[in-house]
Design a protein around this ligand. Sequence first.
Ligand code: GDP
Length: 195
Amino acid sequence: MIIKSVELETVCGITSKLPDTDKPEVAFAGKSNVGKSSLINGLMNRKALARTSAQPGKTQTINYYNINNCMYLVDLPGYGYAKITLREKEKWGKMIENYLHASRQLRAVFLLIDIRHEPSDNDRQMYDWIVYQGFEPIIIATKSDKISSRQLPNHIKMIQEGLNLKSGTPLFPYSALTKQGKEEIWEFMDELLGF
Ligand code: GDP
């Protein structure tokens, strides 16, 4: 995909109705601080359109980025931030679940996992929700610059085993610093959406 235009078109809060879009959507989920904003900015060739912050847990909205007027990248709220109340956590969970259930245009869900760490209980729950809603999650292992290429196979295995991935599940290491993985992710999305 050659990015010609990018626009943050819709921001949905907890109580907003989700937009009835007429273009295919791909969604990105992951725990706070996993590098989701950095990935989305990287994919869109923007420095800071999606928020990146040192203060995790801030994004409580579902953000729709219109790409080239032909598709949406949908940024789901980051989960698993420790310093929020259980009530808030439940609201976020409902919001994500509702989106996965209700979006008619959703074609694929990317689940981001920090390449350094074993998937958490929240990650596994998110994976299961995605599968339960009928999607086959695509894994992006973020911050790949933080490990050496020698360590890579072991870390990939740790994620595959930690999430109990079905064999053949696509997994892309990605680095926001080097942009490793960016081309592969776009190629995959282009193919998926028939571009
Ligand atoms: P989000 O909360 O998931 O949106 O995460 P952010 O994109 O805001 O990133 C959280 C922190 O991790 C920030 O300090 C980023 O600079 C850093 N970060 C994100 N992606 C990468 C990456 O690929 N490599 C490195 N080294 N740091 C990253």
